[in-house]
Structure formats: structure tokens, C-alpha cells
Design a protein around this ligand. Sequence first.
Ligand SMILES: [Zn+2]
Length: 251
Amino acid sequence: MMRVQILGYSGGFPAAKRPTSGYLLKTKNHNILIDCGSGVLSELTRIMDPENIDAIILTHWHQDHISDLGVFGYLMQMKKADGFDIHSIPVYCPAEPQIIRVRYENDPNFSFHTYSSDTIIDWGDLHVSFYKTIHPVECYAVRADYFGSRFVYTSDTSYDPMIIDFVRDSNLLIVDAGALESHRKEKMLHSTPTEWRDIYLKSGSKRVVLSHLIPYYDVSDTVAEAAALGIWHFELPKIGEEYIVSGGQVT
Ligand SMILES: [Zn+2]
């Protein structure tokens, strides 16, 4: 059984009680933090001692996905100095942009491992793979397969119909729906509910959560756009919400 818990879903910057991107992936043997945005460490402490995380996956080096990594390092450093048994945590991340990555790479509390599109991380029965998205910096969607259940988190991407194969048959699909058709611009950094509906339906995914919501957009506008498209089972994220992905089902 795989569990996914939402620790943060704001896009760009946090709102009150709404951290930016962070998702906790839990299996019998592993606790994996996917993205570590602003406020995520605080939410993680409600669930577990952060130093017991087995690994961190960063989808890209934008601040709304990484900014709590710095204070995470302080937590480890302070506990180590206070006699706690602290071991460095592996961080899986893209190579670029180096100018941002290098600021974190010397933190001895983490060990950094570069991944790319052809990387597959095998943690026993948990297999994690990556898909390069369309974003201004190197960025990847993350797919976790565990005993026939599939979880995909798209991270940030503008509309990309080619992602369908990567998200196909996912039991839980968390997407970047940080854009709105009513605010459409010539160049879009994020995708709209309208664009995700098409991909969701074609991919055969079971459950879709519209995430990476921008704090200065009204959530009701996201809901209104999605609902106007007809019947489809989109959901909105909630901080602390846990999804159980098991045997092809998600509850
Ligand atoms: Zn981004």
C-alpha cells in the first residue's frame, strides 16, 4: 500500500496555512519527500521527525519547490550538535541550473544525486521514474509504481499532450493547474484545468487533483473553469490530506 500526503500545494509563494509544493510518499519501508517548498518542513513535523525521511526528490530548482531545504539543513545541524543520531539524507535532483544548486550542494546534511529522464530509482518494490516537463528550468514529473499502483505528480509544466504516456493509468494524478483560461497569456508557465481534463480523460487515470494553485487567484475560479467542462472527477488539494493508493484503487 502506498500513501501520498499533501504538505503544500500553493504555486509561486505560500499563503497563510498554505505552503508551497511538498508531497510525502509513504510505503511500508520508505518515506520520501517530493519537493520541499516554503512551509513544508513545518507540515512535515506534524507527521514525523524530518530527519527520518529516507530521501528527498526535488523536481526542479525553483524556490517554491526547494526553499525549505535550507532550514531542513539547519534542523539536521542543530539536532546533530545536540547529540541526536543524524545521518545525511540523499537528495535526488536535476543538474541545472547549477547557479542555484551550488548554494545547497555543500550542506553536509544532504548527499546530492543527479537524475534525468532515463533514470529509474529502485527502492525495493518502489520504482520511481521521471519525465522532463516544459518549464523555464530543468524540471521533471515524478512517477511512483508500487505493487501495481501508480502515483504521478507532474510538478510544473505548461500544456504538454506528450505527458499522457507517462501519466497513463495512474491511480492518483496530482497536476500543475496553476493557470486559468481566463488569464491566458501568449506564454504559459503552467497548465489550466481545461488542458488537464483532456489529458486526464485520455490517460485513463483514476483520480486527479488540481494543484500548484496560485494564492492570488481565487480557488473558486479554478473550480468554475473545471466544472464548466462537464462531468469529470477533479479534486482540490487540502493540506494534510492523505490518499491511500492500494491494489489499483485509491481511497
Ligand atoms: Zn517552477
